[in-house]
Structure formats: C-alpha cells, structure tokens
Design a protein around this ligand. Structure first.
Ligand SMILES: Nc1ncnc2c1ncn2[C@@H]1O[C@H](COP(=O)(O)OP(=O)(O)OP(=O)(O)O)[C@@H](O)[C@H]1O
Ligand SMILES: [Zn+2]
Ligand SMILES: [Zn+2]
Length: 801
C-alpha cells in the first residue's frame, strides 16, 4: 500500500485528523502501522504516527514520508484505537493521547546511532561506511549511498543495532562480551603454535579452553591484567570474538526474598473465586475489593496474577506513585522475580525506557507502575489491578485528562479480562456502582492476623486552647508519645498540610503577602528565608517589615513540617526524628533511604505529609498521631470530606499491624464533623450513606457527572466574556435537567498574570456533550492559536481547585 495515514505532532493546532502521505519505494516493505515517521508539514519537518495505510488517497499531489523512526512499531493496533477513545472521552487531541502512552524518550525526535554488533564482516558498503569504527551517527548512513534494505537486513540479522540518543545518556546500555570463536581443540592447537613470549595471549586462550562461555570484556581485562590489544590480536587470528550485549539498568536490584502463595482465608477465598473464574473463562467484569487495611488484598492480587501467568498472559498492576516503595515492589518481585517490570516517575528517562522496552519485547509478564503504566504495550492482557483505587493520582491533571480507571475498564473489555479495584476506602463513585451491581463487590472485613483495628481517640484542640495549651501537641498526644518512647516503640506523625501551608502575615495590620502574579499567598521556606509562590515559582526574600504598615511584627503562620520538627526536637530531644515531605524527598532514592532508616530504628518518630499514610508497614509502630485532621475540610472542594475520611483511615492502618497493639490520636478543631467521627470508628458504610446524601443535595458525583471548562487570558474582560459566551451556547443546547454554571472565577482566580474563569456543567445524561464542547471551543481556534487565550476542558474534574 502506497499511502500512509499519519497523525502529526502539532498539538498547538486543533487538528484531530490524519494526513495522507506517499510512502517512498524504499520504505514500502518496512513501514508498519504504529511506527513513528517524520513528514514535511508546511515549511517544517515534524514527527507523526502512522495510524493506517491505504491503497489510494482522495488528495492529489501528496508529499512523501521523509524518514522512518522505528524498526518495529511502538504502538500496537489496540493502543492506536485506545488512543482514539481516550482523545474522544477527554476531549483532547489524538496526538496528545498517543504520546501519553509512550515513554518520554519516544515522544520527541531523537538522535540515532548505528552500533556495530559483530566482528564478522558486514557488506562492503557498510564496512566502508563504518571505516573501522564501532559506532557511527545515523546521519552518516543517511548521507551515504547505502540502501535502506542493507541496513534493515543487517539490523534483522543482529549485525547492527539502532541506538537511540536523547541527551546522550538516556540510551540503552551495552557491555562487550568476549567468547571463543573456535571449538576447544582448535584453540588448543593454536595455543601450541603461539610463541612462548606471547604470555598474555597464552593466558587468555588457556582461560577460554577451560571456560568457553562468554565473559564481560571489562572483567576479562581485569582478571588477566591486560589491555584491549591482546584481545584484538586474538580476534585477528579468528580465535575469539566479541559481541555487544544489551544490559538493562535495573533500578530495583536489591535482593528480594522468594515467596510462595499463602493459604487464603475464607474471606479472601470468597473474594478471589469469581475473579479466577473471569480469568479462566476470558470474561470481563469489574471487581471492587473493599478490604480494611491489612486484610490481605495484595496477597489476593498476587494469586490472581499467578493464574494469569500460568495461562501465558500478562498483568498490569497500578499503585499510587507514592506507594511504589521498595516494600511494595519487593512483594511482586518476590513472587514473580524477573518477570516484573516497574514503572514510576523516580526512574530516569533512560530507566523508564528500559522498563518499557522489556514490556515491548515481551520479556516480562507483569508491570507494576503508576498511572501511565495502564498503557503498557502488552498484547495478551489477563488482568488489570488498581490498588488504592480512590487515589487522586490516577487522574491525570494534564492533557489528556484521563482517569486510569476508565482506561483500565476500556482495555479490560477489549482483552476480555477482569479489572480489579481495591481499597479500604473506595471512592463513592465506585462503591455506588458496586451497590448497583455494575461492579462486583467483595468485602474483606478482617485483618489476616485477626488483629482489631487500633482504637482512635479524637482530641478537641479548642479545649486544649481553653486549657491554656497553645502548642501544636495536645496533652494526650504528648503523654502517649513519651510513653511510647520509654518503651522503645516508634511513632508516625501525620501533618495534613494540603491547603494549610506557611503563609506570612503582619500581626499589626493583618496584611498577608501574596504573589504579585497569582492570587495566592506566598509560602515561607525556612531554609533560604525566602517566600515562594507554589504556582509560578516567584520568589522574594522574607521581609523584615510589613510592606503595608512598616511594622516589624511580620511573621509566618501555619504549621509546616519544619516547624513541627523544630518544636518536637525541643520537647523530645532524645527521640530522633525523620521528616518526610516534598522538600526532604526531592532527590532520587531519598524516599527509600528515609524509610530504611526508620525501619532500622535509627529514629523513633516518622513525621510527614500525606506521603507517609500509604502502604507502610513497620512492626514497631504503636502510635499514630494526626496533628490537624481538619485542615483539608474547609477547602472549596466537594471531595474534601471524602478525602479526609480516606486519609484518616489510611494513616490509622499504620499502627499495630503486628504483635504490638497500636493506637491512634486524632487532633482536630471540628471533632463533630462526620468524616472525622466515622473515620475514628472505621465506619465506611456509615460515611458512604451520609456523604451520598450530601452529594445528592448539592448535585455532585456520583449523582451527577461534572465537566469543567476553564478559560484564561491576560485580559480579565476577555476571560469573562469568553467564558460567558461558552456558557450561553451550552445553555442553548443542553437538556433541561443539566445545570450550566458560570462564568465564575476559578478558586485561584489569577495564575502567572493570567485571569481564570470557569464554567461548570453538571449533567446526568448528555450524550452529545463532548461534541458540543469540541465545536464550541473550535470557534475560538484562532484566538487560542495566537496563544493569548487558553481553554482547558476537564471531563472529570477530580478536585475543583
Ligand atoms: N492468607 C493469608 N494468610 C496469612 N497471612 C496473610 C494472608 N494474606 C495476607 N497475609 C499477610 O497479611 C499482611 C497484610 O496483607 P496485605 O498487605 O496483602 O493486606 P492489604 O489489604 O493489601 O493491606 P494494605 O491495605 O494495608 O496495603 C501481610 O503481611 C500479608 O503477608
Ligand atoms: Zn502591617
Ligand atoms: Zn505566583
């Protein structure tokens, strides 16, 4: 077929269509659907994906494909279709959806090199091209008169390897291996003939006569204290040969203990049976496993995956980014060993690419990863698992704004395989679907070791104030901490910081320092004595006097982890504190290091933000303290109660998981709030009922779907007018029971000097909504292309901030 249908990489444009290009003769055999190409587009050359081929085109005078970037397709047919679906569902561009599926390295055009992979002769033209070198730039090949066929053939035969370079470092890694080129007796003959002076050569030959298997060149040189020239000489005599072998950078090289399946509890057995049936019968259902922390959900996933592997199929396991700790990864590696690839954002681009390629090359059967691992290029999926399904990180907050759960279900349908959602605190959406029978519900009420959940005590911080305690620790918490330390046990302290950072205020006039470019208070950073904007990175030194009234009583407020740490160090100087927040975990590997220290009991207190609430399992932790349970409750976000309930439940689950019994202290200024009360009783179903009633009253999910359109512009009037225009048009087309709200300022009304207004749509059934929104935004195409106007559409806003 002579015509390629190409999706081009021009995201600024609102182009969502394919373009026809002519396939030049030399690419006719090699070009496949799912490969990346470069094509001329206007005056430029750009990257594109081949999404189809055809015999004919309705267009005349087509331009030609310029280059083929891949030797094998990077996207399967299934992923191409899935991309189309994601684009439609999230009202975004097809190209953006396709790029979301690939590792960073493959998203851009990159430099290539050709690597010689054999010491045997290549074709004359290729030998000429390499001219004695092992590596040449790909451009040299393009500039030479060597045919593409020769390259293809050499690559297919394994004589040449195409190597991708992004920033020089992010590439495949190779090692040179040395091995005998002749059979043992021939080597022995050669050894006889060698001059007695050729000591090193003799030693090497002697070694290979004894050890015919390949050895890494570096090791060999070290072993015999010799240089490459010795090896070269023996290669020239055709006695030994070298090959380049690819090594994967394994970011999880630590030891893992091999584990085997545990006999399941009755509850686990009941939960897993229908999942196993799904697997056995190639059926698709969505299962919601609602199980308290420590009830053995992970063991259940492992055993379901075991079935999938036995069937020769593949598994995707999604876990929240911050739960991708070595503890979690080791459980999968411990059970399935090298069959597991791990994908999370702490990996370097090169490491991510390596893991992706292990999946692509079918070298693994299981991938454990964060959100984007849902696009793993497996072709024979047997199960998809989403652990902690309630986590907000499964929703991408950038184009394409997809939810991994929706993508999982879409893939599950295509592959006829089960999708398993697991959580101790499912989202209201999922639980409601399970109640209606859309999802199959399995409940695990007991911890596997039959331990009760630790008792939770709520402390009213207002009463503390009245009693004259102005510190951030209640008397109860102090007592319990001292007691705990005296017994040599450990403590986890959670500072729920979201929406409650350290801002600077004048005590005399009440002036709060705000970012000059955004309508938001600046945050105080103690290390540099600086104020910083979390939205635009604007910085300024901490003022010594109030810019409004010149008073010197300007101070920072709020409870940052640093302040808690300082206060704790004063109160409990002997304790030893490990602080975990964005500042202390920025460096790669620091997360692991801190946790290891705590596990080794190098400190008694682990103090941190949300990131410590998940999945951690330390046997010596007997006390969990939550410093301010309600800091999140008052955010303008319809999920704030739900998030509070989830967080409290998760963090409570960290105490007393083993022999020692644990307890939990929750400090709050709103002790009567239902999400705090019910979380302290571990009453999920009670919370569900109460919260559902609220959602119904205020017309929020799961009773209504939401869509959020945000308009931003440097000119406030334009922003308002555009939003208003969108609102008016929608009102003309939507059905009667759909609510269209706006224009109203966004919760942060100005970011980076751009004014932000929004339109919110609440609907129950609006099949045409996506098309409506597309055609409305299309009207502003010109204004958005000029770059001044920005319209973003979120078909499933997770939080409204
Ligand atoms: N059938 C079983 N018999 C004995 N021990 C089990 C069984 N299933 C799981 N366990 C053990 O119980 C502990 C808790 O199990 P697991 O971590 O799977 O629970 P979970 O529900 O995933 O917990 P969390 O929600 O806190 O992550 C683990 O130490 C696990 O090895
Ligand atoms: Zn002042
Ligand atoms: Zn700012």
């Amino acid at each position: 077929m002579r015509i390629a249908k190409v999706i081009v990489d021009v995201p600024a444009n609102s182009i969502n269509q394919t373009f026809d290009y002519l396939i030049p003769e030399k690419f006719l055999d090699i070009l496949k659907v799912g490969m990346r190409v470069t094509v001329p587009f206007g005056p430029r050359k750009i990257m594109g994906f081949v999404v189809g081929k055809a015999e004919e085109s309705t267009f005349k005078s087509l331009r030609e494909i310029e280059q083929v970037l891949d030797v094998t397709p990077v996207l399967t047919e299934e992923l191409l279709h899935l991309g189309e679906w994601v684009a439609k569902d999230t009202v975004s561009l097809y190209i953006t959806a396709l790029q979301a599926m690939l590792p960073q390295v493959l998203k851009a055009q990159y430099k290539k090199e050709l690597l010689r992979n054999t010491d045997a002769s290549l074709s004359q033209e290729l030998e000429h091209l390499f001219a004695g070198r092992d590596v040449i730039a790909y451009e040299e090949f393009e500039g030479a008169s060597v045919s593409y066929y020769q390259l293809q053939k050499a690559v297919q035969d394994g004589d040449l390897v195409v190597k991708y370079l992004v920033h020089s470092k992010i590439t495949k890694k190779y090692v040179t291996m040395v091995q005998p080129a002749r059979e043992g007796y021939l080597l022995e003959e050669a050894l006889q003939d060698l001059s007695k002076n050729a000591m090193k050569q003799r030693e090497l030959l002697g070694y290979f006569i004894e050890n015919p298997q390949p050895i890494e060149k570096k090791l060999l040189l070290k072993k015999f204290q010799t240089t490459s020239s010795t090896i070269r000489t023996l290669i020239d005599k055709s006695l030994i040969e070298t090959t380049q072998v690819e090594v994967y950078r394994d970011p999880h090289q630590q030891q893992f203990h091999k584990t085997t399946a545990l006999p399941l509890t009755e509850e686990q057995e009941q939960a897993i049976t229908p999942i196993k049936q799904n697997i056995a019968n190639d059926e698709h259902d969505v299962f919601l496993v609602h199980g308290v922390t420590g009830s053995g959900k992970t063991e259940l996933y492992l055993q379901a995956i075991q079935d999938v592997i036995m069937k020769g199929q593949e598994a995707i396991v999604l876990v929240p980014e911050i739960a991708l700790t070595p503890q979690m990864v080791n459980r999968f590696k411990g059970r399935f060993g090298s069959k597991v690839a791990v994908m999370h954002s702490a990996l370097s681009a090169g490491e991510k690419y390596d893991e992706w390629r292990r999946i692509h090359q079918k070298e693994v059967q299981v991938v454990v990863g964060a959100r984007s691992a849902i696009f793993a290029p497996f072709e024979n999926l047997g199960i998809i698992i989403i652990d902690e399904e309630h986590e907000a990180t499964y929703k991408q907050e950038d184009q394409p704004r997809y939810h991994a759960r929706d993508v999982a279900i879409q893939r599950g349908k295509t592959h006829h395989c089960p999708v398993v959602l697991g959580s101790a605190t499912p989202t209201l959406e999922s639980f409601a679907r399970a109640q209606k029978g859309v999802y199959k519900l399995a409940t695990l009420r007991k911890r596997t070791n039959d331990k009760e959940m630790p008792p939770v005590e709520i402390v009213d911080m207002r009463a503390e104030l009245h009693a004259g305690n102005r510190s951030m620790f209640s008397r109860t918490l102090m007592d319990k901490m001292e007691n705990c330390l005296s017994k040599g046990e450990q403590i986890v302290l959670l500072l729920n910081r979201r929406g409650y950072s350290t801002f600077v205020m004048c005590r005399d006039c009440g002036h709060v320092k705000e970012c000059p470019h955004c309508d938001i208070a600046l945050t105080y950073h103690k290390n540099f004595n600086h104020l910083k904007c979390h939205y635009c990175s604007y910085e300024e030194p901490m003022p010594t006097n109030c810019p409004e009234c010149n008073s010197d009583l300007i101070r920072y407020f709020g409870t940052g982890t640093q302040r808690v740490e300082e206060a704790l160090t004063k109160l409990l100087p002997e304790a030893g504190i490990i602080r975990m927040d964005v500042d202390t975990t920025r460096r790669k590997g620091s997360h692991e290091t801190l946790l290891r220290k705590f596990a080794n009991k190098e400190a008694s207190i682990l103090l941190g933000t949300q990131m410590i609430a998940k999945g951690l399992d330390f046997e010596n932790v007997t006390l969990v303290g939550v410093l301010t349970a309600d800091s999140m409750l008052h955010l303008p976000d319809f999920r704030s109660s739900e998030k509070t309930f989830q967080l409290l439940t998760q963090v409570s689950g960290r105490a007393g998981r083993h022999e020692l019994t644990g307890e939990v202290i929750v400090q709050t200024y709103t002790p009567d709030h239902y999400s705090i009360e019910l979380a302290s009783e571990y009453d999920f179903e009670g919370f569900y009922k109460k919260e559902m009633a609220t959602r119904k009253t205020f017309q929020y999910p799961p009773f209504f779907f939401l869509a959020l359109i945000t308009v931003s512009h440097t000119n406030k009037v334009t922003a308002v007018q555009t939003t208003n225009h969108i609102v008016q048009q929608l009102l003309q087309h939507v059905s009667n029971n759909t609510v269209v709200l706006g224009p109203s300022p966004s919760p942060v009304p100005r970011i980076k000097d751009r004014y932000r207004y929004q339109c919110m749509i609440k609907y129950k059934n609006e099949p045409q909504l996506r098309d409506m929104i597309s055609s409305i935004t299309e009207q502003f195409k010109e204004a958005t292309q000029k770059g001044d106007l920005l319209i973003t559409v979120d078909m499933q806003p997770h939080h409204l901030m």
